[in-house]
Ligand binder design. Structure first.
Ligand code: SF4
Length: 695
């Protein structure tokens, strides 16, 4: 199924976690036309600017066609043997924890599954982490604390069912545009009200009923205040509360927190609480402004506490909905692609779960301790504990916090392999070995979007040059390391069936992720597979979780988690007086390896910029379009000033996309501090401190 296909083919957009369906028609000249799939439940034919420009990004001018070692083209046999030998020798000499994989939410679930199996079951380390650590690890940790599993209770249909939607730390209009289109359509049709909670005024605030421009990182105090108000006004759900535990401690935390740290007008806080309390059908959508924080997990739980204590969860139009950044961040969570998880939502710390996975894989190992999470992993690369590193479809030399130090660590690592579709990334240029992988329109497999819908991605173009699917590359390295039978796969379908079968074991342990109903798919069934929301078992397909009050902790109850506000980890001071927020722009994606190929996407915002409040610009003598250096204790970036009251005084915003390839002086993550949430390990990418100098 990796060859050329004629005619329209149903596939999935490779950008954000909305997971829109697309209809792809090859033009016969190596290109492809793209339309929204009217039958896909995520988008029902809609596409955003990025999705509709996908056809402009499939050219081959930038593609890597052959394996390369030390900058010289070579062949697959020699290269794969080198990779297998170096990883095996490193493990033999220094132990399994001396190697690591850093992977990506761009991978398909089948790719992800094989990489996770190789590292955890056969190499014997849990040192596999993913760029999803930068995206939604705090949500995973918050879900697990509250529910006992990483379960998204709601669906996209709840946006249409809700009477009030609260966006927290989410510029849905730019970052998940098709969901925003669905929200706007619902507002027009039935008057759904909208509250935006964000320190910055974004496109998502246009026409909102209320915008709470709170101090960065103060969300916990705001939701604690809401929790206390719900209690004081008799708005808790006495019938639902017995399905939870931890109420008294949570109420004590909530009532002792000080909402004034939000910096909000008390009248706006009161209005927020009254709108929330006065509406039964509330959906709270949250994203990176919640997750990318040193208190990200607590923020998630502060939101979940309010939904749980009022029984506003798992019902039509009623509950919390996290939206992921990447197309398959959810699939990565499901296959166990994070360093602290096993496959299929099974727990690394649980010896029965470990044994079950190990037995299923007939594997020599099942690590009993978490591996290194992303920031710690690159620290270990830098100090020499990691001696062989395989980076797959991600660009950490640009996207990790403290990016200069990460870049130097990768450069100095004794053996670094990069799998990618191009060698023109900051990270690929540092690698000893570069492996050519197939790209979006050339590969087969599955992805899971933010509301648990599994969709097929289908190949419509032939693999160029010698590019291979990621699962095939990883599996062959596994075979050459000595585990031939375990990695003897002929197709993505074989992997999917194995994965679906394993999920049935998770289901027997009472876990939520069970797609065993798909484990018998034949080639035709996999080929024709329609989008389906998990769980998929013999008796159940899709739906919502938790309306029945049943959770996945051993006692079946949810946990209300007492949390209290903490300031961001780095503090402004006279030398670094500004708070730096980073994020996306509408028409770029990640480090631009694909979107920069489209002229019309590049035309939206053509160069990196720094938003500065007019009052701060006046004091610093900065004019519109001046070049400004933003400097932190970790690094510098030079950006074009945009003077706007969309940011508050004392705060600045810069986009995350530009790289050493596209704007060498403007790598904003070189400035971002490598501080993390202590529970989730997710970096605080939205609250570093900087000083500004006009150039
Ligand atoms: Fe692609 Fe996301 Fe746009 Fe949908 S909303 S077309 S998934 S980028």
């Amino acid at each position: 199924a990796e060859g050329a296909v004629a005619g329209p083919v149903r596939s999935t957009c490779p950008y954000c976690g909305v997971g829109c369906g697309v209809l792809l028609s090859p033009d016969g000249a190596g290109g492809v036309t793209v339309k929204g799939d009217p039958d896909h439940p995520a988008n029902m034919g809609r596409l955003c600017s990025k999705g509709s420009a996908l056809g402009e990004t499939v050219g081959l001018g930038h593609r890597l066609m052959k394996p390369r070692v030390g900058g010289v083209d070579t062949d697959w046999d020699e290269t794969l043997q080198l990779v297998a030998d170096r990883f095996r020798e490193t493990v033999e000499a220094h132990g399994p924890d001396s190697v690591a994989f850093y992977v990506s939410g761009q991978l398909l679930s089948e790719d992800y599954y094989v990489a996770n199996k190789l590292m955890k079951g056969f190499i014997g380390s849990a040192n596999i982490d993913t760029n999803s650590r930068l995206c939604m690890a705090s949500t995973v940790a918050g879900h697990k604390r509250a529910f006992g599993t990483d379960t998204v209770p709601q669906t996209y249909e709840d946006i249409e069912e809700a009477d009030l939607v609260v966006l927290v730390g989410s510029n849905l209009a730019w970052c998940h545009p098709v969901l925003y289109q669905r929200l706007i359509a619902a507002r027009k049709a039935k008057g759904t009200r909208l509250i935006v909670i964000d320190p910055r005024r974004t496109a998502s605030c246009d026409g909102a009923d209320l915008h709470l421009m709170l101090e960065p990182g103060s969300d916990v105090a705001l939701f604690n205040h809401l929790f206390a108000a719900l209690y004081e006004n008799g708005m808790l759900d006495a019938a639902y509360l017995p399905n939870t535990s931890g109420f008294n401690a949570t109420l004590a935390s909530a009532t002792s927190d000080d909402v004034s740290v939000t910096g909000l007008d008390p009248r706006d806080i009161d209005r927020f609480c009254r709108m929330w309390m006065g509406t039964e059908k509330v959906v709270t959508i949250f994203s990176q402004g919640v997750n990318q924080s040193s208190s990200g997990t607590d923020k998630v739980n502060a939101i979940l506490n309010c939904h749980l204590a009022t029984g506003r969860i798992g019902k039509p139009g009623c509950g919390p909905l996290s939206v992921t950044g990447q197309p398959n961040a959810m699939g990565g969570r499901e296959v166990g692609g994070l360093a602290n998880m096993l496959a299929c939502h099974l727990d690394l710390e649980n010896c029965d779960h470990r044994s079950a996975v190990r037995n299923f894989w007939e594997a020599p190992h099942a690590p009993d301790k978490a591996g290194l999470k992303a920031v710690d992993m690159f620290s270990a690369v830098g100090d020499g504990r990691i001696k062989a590193l395989w980076i797959i479809h991600t660009n950490p030399a640009v996207s990790m916090p403290d990016a200069d130090r990460v870049r130097d660590a990768i450069r100095d690592c004794p053996f670094t392999v990069v799998s990618d579709i191009t060698d023109r990334t900051d990270t690929a240029r540092l690698a000893d070995v570069i492996l050519p992988a197939t790209a979006w329109a050339e590969k087969d497999g599955t992805v899971t979007n933010s509301d648990r819908t599994i969709s097929r991605q289908r190949a419509v173009l032939p693999a160029p040059g010698e590019a291979r699917p990621d699962w095939a590359i990883v599996a062959e390295v596994g075979q050459r390391m000595g585990w031939e039978a375990a990695f003897d796969y002929d197709s993505a379908l074989e992997i999917f069936r194995e994965y679906a079968t394993l999920s049935g074991i998770a289901g027997r342990f009472g876990k939520d992720f069970d797609i065993s109903g798909l484990s018998q798919l034949d080639a035709e069934g996999y080929d024709r597979m329609r989008p389906v929301r998990w769980p998929v078992t013999a008796t159940r397909e899709g739906g919502r979780f938790f309306a029945d009050g049943q959770f996945f902790h051993p006692d079946g109850r949810a946990r209300l988690v007492p949390v209290t506000w903490r300031a961001p980890a780095t503090r402004t001071e006279p030398r670094y007086p500004f708070r730096l927020n980073t994020g996306r722009v509408r028409d770029q994606w990640h480090t631009m390896t694909r979107t920069a190929l489209s002229p019309r996407l590049a035309a939206h915002l053509a160069e990196p910029f720094l938003e500065i409040h007019p009052e701060d610009a006046r004091v610093l003598g900065i004019g519109a379009a001046d070049l400004v250096e933003a400097e932190s204790p970790h690094g510098q970036a030079i950006l074009r000033a945009r003077i706007t009251d969309a940011v508050q005084p004392g705060q600045v915003f810069a986009p995350m996309h530009w790289t050493g390839e596209t704007a060498p002086a403007a790598r904003i993550d070189a400035v971002v501090a490598p501080v993390v949430d202590p529970v989730s390990g997710q970096p605080e990418s939205k609250a570093s401190v900087v000083k500004l100098t006009r150039m």
